[in-house]
Every structure is written in C-alpha cells, then in structure tokens.
Design a protein. Structure first.
Length: 471
C-alpha cells in the first residue's frame, strides 16, 4: 500500500480518536444524566423543551445562510486564503443574524412557542456563533482544540443544566438556557484560545469570495432544513394528534438512537477532512472511499443491532419510570439512526464534489415522504407511526443516494451486503417490539448473525486503523 494511503488512514484514525475523546466522553455524561432530567421534567415539560430546541435547530442553518458548511469546505483547502474565508463568512453570518432578529417576532404566531421567542432567539444566535468559530478551527486542522471546545461546551451545558434545574428550579427555561450559556462561554473561549480576533479583517472581505460562499452554502440550507423537518415534524404531529405527554415520551425515546448518530457524527467530522484531502488523488480516493464505507456500514449495523437488543435495559437505566414506555419506539428509531448514519456518509461525496444540489433533491424527497407518512400513520398508530415514518424516510433517501453517490465517486457501495444488514436489523427490531417471552434470545441470535456477516469488513478496517497493524 502506498505511503500516502497509509498516512491517510493514520490521519483519519488519529483525528477520529481525538474527536471521540473530546466528544463522546463528554456527551456520554448527558446520557448518564437523563434520569435527572426526566425526574425533574414531566413528560409535558420535556415535550415543550424538545420542541423549543428542535425549532431552534431548524432555524440555525437558515439564519446563518448555511455558512457553517461553507467556512469548513473553503478553509479546509490548503491553497485557500483562510483569513479571507473567515472574515467573509463572519460578515455573511452577521447579516443573517440581523435579519433573524428583525423577523423574530413572527415566531410568536406559533402557539407552542409564544412564551419562548426570546429563548429561541438567544439559542439560535449563540449556537451559530459557536458553530462558525468551531468549524473554522476544525478546517485549519486544529483538531485537538476543536475536541477541547466540545468538552468545554458539554461540561458547561451540564453544569448550567444542573444549576438552573436543581438550584434555581427554572424548568423548561433552565433546560434550554443552559445550552445558550454553554455556547456563549465556548465562543469566547475559541475567540481567545485560537486568537480569532487577529484573523478577522475587513480588508480580507472579498466580493468574489462572498459570492462563492453563498453559491456553495445556500443550497445546503434547504438540505439541512429538510433533515430537520424529518426529525422535527413527527414531534409536532405527535403533540397535535396524541398530546404533550405522548410526545414527551416519544422525544425521550430518541435519546438512545442518538448514540448511533453521535458516534457517526464524530467520525464524519474527521472523515470529511480526510475525504477532501484524498480528492487530490482520484484513483486512491476511490479505494479510500470503498474501504471506509464498508467498515462504516459494518460498525453502524452492529452498533445499532447491539443497542436494539438492550433498548429495554437502557430505558430503565437512563429514563425515569414515567418514560419507560419509550422503549417501544427505540428499536424502530435505531433502525432509522443506522440509515441516517449511512445517508450522512454518502453526503460526503456531494461535499467533496461540491454538488449540494444532489444533497438537496434527495433530502427533500425524504422530508416530503416523512411528512406524508406522519399524516397517514400517526393518527392510526400514534408515536409508533411516527417512528416508522422516520425509518422509512431515511431508508428512502439511502436508496436514492446509493444509486447516485457511489457512481459519482466511482466506489462500490455493496448493495447486497447492505440489504442483508437491513434484513437482520429489521428482524431484530421486530422481535424486540413483540410480547414474545424469548424475544431477547431471538434478537440476540440475529445480532450474532449480523456480527458474523460484518466480521470481514470490521477486521479489514481495524487492520488499517489499529496502531499495531503491519502495513
């Protein structure tokens, strides 16, 4: 294997390890504190808090004009003028923030949000500032600092959470305000630790670069919004059809599948940088994508299968007794999380090739399907209908991208292997949602089969990544 190829694997492994230490360990604390959150917030209050944060996350990419994607993609290129990219991106961000502040009173027209407009504004404002600073630091390959700010952000959010919920008994406001406070302090930390105040310069703001950033970033906004609609529409519709309490329990069910999303997200942050760098050698890039996708598929399938098997146990460990019905929805949502991870991986192809329109078309198709299925399934099956709608929407987008993305990059996506993994995951999820006395045994057998099916790609990718591997 060529030396450059070996260095790519080492770089990807190193960055993933750093990000995992900086992100997963800190995020794990959030899951461990779920019993505290669900004990202090009734399902109705938890539902409101999730709707506020979900709506805010929906607005974030719109307000920032998608610039968090643009600043990373442009600053990650070695030949780019990074000071100009940072300065131009910041100008675009503040234009978006000013427009959002002017239009924010319109949020009061939504009944569920009427008393929390100020909280949503603060959430969106500081989340965008923190994200742009962090993405620039990641783009210039300061991975350790990027990981450190993630640790600081999570630690601060948890500390403020405990202070506002337990100390000040602020309820929903305290739950959301802790995220705002964490983002604010982390933004200040990044500005001074990376000396970003020295990077910004009005003289570096270039009209041509502003146009290029907007041309690349804006098409990604509706793409991101489509994903947020897929993730948020079911919460609103469960609330509408089934009530706040049902949505609170359903929202809590999302927390376990978030582990899969979190793990894939950590890898994606490292992978995007490596994928852009690998584009310099098209032949090696195909091999690189092929091997990484095979390993990623194996890890996503096996980890989701493991969580499906233990979903009931995890529910009892992490959620208050008022939320224990959440385990009914977890197996289906874990299948959706596995699909989401694979969809995100294939989106890297569009990032590398600078083809945001392909992301938009596929994501929009999934969002439309999700909304239609929610209207059809939720009135009949309640929150379980929402879980199925989410899973089917992500599965549909995965099919579209499996047809499109591998052909664009020229790597093999192993559709037969993916189909077998999907079949085993579905079977395991079905067993775990039935009332069969031996369902853990049957699900466990399918998990073993899933592991054996993926043993070869797991071994292959481990051989590339493990420091002790012989090249």
């Amino acid at each position: 294997m060529a030396k450059t190829s070996v260095s790519r694997y080492k770089k990807l492994f190193s960055d993933t390890g750093i990000l995992a230490i900086g992100t997963f360990a800190s995020k794990l604390l959030v899951f461990l504190l779920m019993p505290v959150y669900t004990a202090l917030l009734a399902p109705e209050a938890f539902s409101t808090a999730e709707l506020i944060t979900g709506t805010s996350n929906l607005l974030i990419p719109v307000v920032c004009l998608g610039i968090t994607n643009g600043i990373f993609r442009f600053a990650a290129e070695k030949e780019s003028d990074r000071e100009a990219v940072f300065s131009s991106s910041l100008v675009l961000l503040f234009c978006g923030l000013i427009g959002f502040l002017a239009l924010s009173p319109l949020l009061g027209l939504v009944t569920y949000l009427n008393d929390y407009v100020w909280l949503i504004v603060a959430y969106v404002f500081f989340a965008n500032l923190q994200s742009v600073m962090a993405q620039y630091v990641r783009a210039i390959d300061r991975t350790k600092l990027f990981a450190l700010q993630g640790i600081i952000n999570t630690a601060l959010t948890i500390a403020f959470n405990l202070l506002f919920l337990i100390g000040f008994r602020m309820g929903v406001v305290g739950y959301v305000l802790s995220v705002v406070a964490g983002n604010f302090v982390t933004t200040v930390f990044l500005i001074f630790s990376a000396k970003l105040y020295q990077v910004f310069s009005w003289k570096k703001v270039k009209k041509e670069l502003l146009r290029d950033l907007i041309r690349f970033s804006l098409p990604l906004v509706p793409t991101t919004v489509c994903w947020m609609i897929t993730n948020l529409s079911d919460r609103y519709m469960v609330t509408y059809f089934c009530g706040d309490a049902a949505n609170g329990i359903y929202s809590a069910a999302y927390k376990i599948p978030t582990i899969v999303t979190l793990l894939s997200g950590i890898f994606m942050q490292a992978w995007q940088f490596s994928a852009i760098a690998a584009e310099e050698d098209p032949v090696e890039s195909k091999r690189f994508f092929n091997k990484i996708f095979s390993g990623f598929l194996a890890v996503a399938a096996v980890s989701s299968g493991g969580l499906i098997l233990f979903s009931g146990v995890l529910t009892k460990l992490l959620l208050n007794s008022r939320y224990h019905d959440a385990w009914h929805y977890m197996p289906t949502l874990l299948c959706a999380a596995a699909f989401e991870a694979l969809v995100s991986f294939l989106a890297t192809v569009y990032l590398v090739k600078k083809k945001p329109s392909h992301s938009l078309v596929t994501a929009l198709s999934g969002a439309i399907l999700n909304v239609v299925l929610n209207f059809v399934l939720i009135p009949r099956f309640g929150p379980m209908g929402a879980a199925f709608a989410t899973m089917l929407a992500y599965g549909f987008v995965l099919i579209l991208r499996m047809i499109d993305a591998p052909r664009m990059m020229g790597f093999s996506a192993s559709p037969t292997h993916l189909l077998l993994c999907t079949f085993l995951l579905f079977g395991e999820a079905w067993f775990m949602t039935t009332d069969l006395a031996l369902k853990p045994l049957f699900a466990g057998i399918l998990l073993i089969a899933l592991f054996l099916l993926n043993l070869r790609p797991l071994f292959s990718i481990a051989r590339e990544f493990l420091p002790s591997s012989k090249k």
